[in-house]
Write a protein that binds this ligand. Structure first.
Ligand code: BG6
Length: 460
């Protein structure tokens, strides 16, 4: 039997970024400070002030995306650009920038997807109330989110609230939620996570109640984890970490409340997560129109590495990249297209909600000599293998997939503020400490994307 691998005509192909990694213009038009704006550069990293200056160069960047036949760009609306102190008056000039950006996308046939939060808490809320540790921040986020949704509902169909929501249920939470205490306790981790879930549920409810044609999804960072051996202890540890890191949160996205295993853990460990009785109804009323995620790599867990009585949310802290079956990037990230297929298929089998990988790619160290095209064959192979694996999930396993967005396909600084870790099909001419001319230079993979997306991915 031959399988038809023709992609749906409505499939989304595109690029995905966060605002602080892309926009620059950190003080333009009354933007307030976010926690990122006050992080200084180090010897090996940049500051966040200029990024790739898309604020001033968006027309050129969108032309490049259009030329690659992209029809979606996932952006983030920076909270501190719209509400400079996080909880006060709206800055209309902030909206004016995003109006220009969104209108320029639509004019090129590129649909926007908007993310409302990608780790860059307004500084005032971090300093005043330790970010999402406070329930007041949930209310402030809802006011910001509602203003953004009302403003763009006529032009933007796809929405997500928190980038990589599962990171708020791990130790990462203390770096991405505006947290300013030193305690970093389990109570605080669970409280912040719970608050972000309430914020997600409030925004979801608002969208569903007010704009029936809009779609809102959950968004997780998927790093699937393999058992190091055939030992039952490894299988047990992997299952437990999956439950705490992914399944519990997916369940919450579709209105199923906390997983029984997580709820039992909360009970038996007397965890105070600022639970209030009305929270149950709010969480139960939520539902996701799609489940989106980032995917870069897989890791391995050896139960013997996990200290006794370790909190399951911290199991991943003891994982390793070592995997004799996989090659890895210069940054030690395992390259695993089959892992990608597994996530897509498993998510769809389990939740029966359309799946949307909205971040995928490989970081490579590249230097442009000012003349020759960068030969990024490794990046071409990476995307080719992952797109093929996604198509296997769709055409062999039966998963429903809405689209495929690559991460930072015009170079942006990595999450560690390192411009030298590049994901782009287009080179941006700057280094960590020299902004040079920020020229955009297509790499070999640019032309590969142009060819593949121009045929709607049908040839893979
Ligand atoms: C995701 C984040 O985890 O991965 C991005 O949403 C990040 O902010 C991306 O840039 C790639 O990771 P890194 O560390 O290589 O930039």
């Amino acid at each position: 039997m031959t399988t038809n691998r023709k992609m749906p005509k409505t499939f989304y192909w595109g690029n995905s970024v966060s605002s602080m990694q892309t926009e620059g213009a950190w003080q333009a038009d009354n933007k307030g400070l976010s926690v990122y704006d006050v992080r200084p550069a180090t010897e090996s990293t940049t500051d966040w002030h200029d990024a790739i200056d898309e604020f001033n160069r968006y027309e050129e960047d969108l032309d490049l995306m259009q030329s690659m036949h992209m029809n979606m760009y996932r952006i983030q609306i920076s909270w501190s650009r719209i509400v400079p102190d996080g909880d006060g008056a709206i800055n209309e000039q902030g909206f004016a920038y995003y109006d220009r950006l969104v209108n320029a996308m639509l004019a090129r046939g590129i649909e926007p997807m908007i993310c409302l939060y990608h780790f860059d808490m307004p500084l005032a809320l971090a300093e005043k109330q330790s970010g999402f540790l406070s329930r007041d921040t949930v209310a402030a986020f809802f006011r910001f989110g509602k203003a953004v949704i009302d403003h763009f509902a006529d032009r933007v169909k796809y929405w997500i609230t928190f980038n990589e929501h599962n990171l708020y249920f791990t130790d990462e939470v203390f770096h991405i939620s505006g947290y300013t205490e030193t305690e970093q306790s389990v109570d605080h981790m669970y409280t912040i996570f719970h608050h972000t879930m309430l914020a997600h549920a409030q925004i979801t409810k608002y969208i569903h109640d007010t704009y029936s044609e809009l779609k809102i999804g959950g968004m997780l960072a998927y790093t699937p984890i393999y058992p190091a051996t055939e030992s039952p202890a490894d299988a047990f540890a992997v299952r437990k970490q999956n439950e705490f890191t992914y399944e519990n949160i997916n369940s919450l996205f579709v209105g199923n409340a906390y997983s029984p295993e997580v709820a039992q853990y909360i009970d038996t460990h007397d965890i105070d997560l600022d639970w209030q009785p009305a929270d149950a109804d709010l969480l139960a009323a939520t539902y996701a129109d799609f489940l989106s995620f980032s995917y870069y790599r897989t890791m391995v867990l050896d139960a013997r590495r996990i200290p006794a009585n370790e909190v399951p949310n911290r199991f991943m802290n003891h994982s390793t990249a070592e995997n004799q079956f996989l090659e890895h990037s210069e940054w030690g990230w395992n390259i695993d297209p089959l892992g990608f297929r597994n996530v897509i298929t498993d998510l769809y089998n389990r939740y029966r909600v359309p799946v949307f990988p909205i971040e995928n790619g490989i970081g490579i160290k590249e230097v442009w000599d000012g003349e020759h095209e960068i030969q990024d064959d490794l990046r071409i192979q990476y995307h080719e293998k992952h797109i093929k694996a996604m198509k296997d999930a769709m055409f062999i396993d039966g998963a429903k997939v809405l689209g495929y967005l690559g991460w930072g396909l015009i170079d942006i600084p990595s999450s560690h503020a390192d411009v030298e870790k590049r994901y782009g099909a287009v080179y941006v001419n700057r280094t960590n400490h020299n902004l040079k001319d920020l020229k955009r230079v297509p790499k070999k993979s640019f032309y590969w994307f142009q060819n593949i997306l121009g045929q709607n991915g049908d040839t893979l």
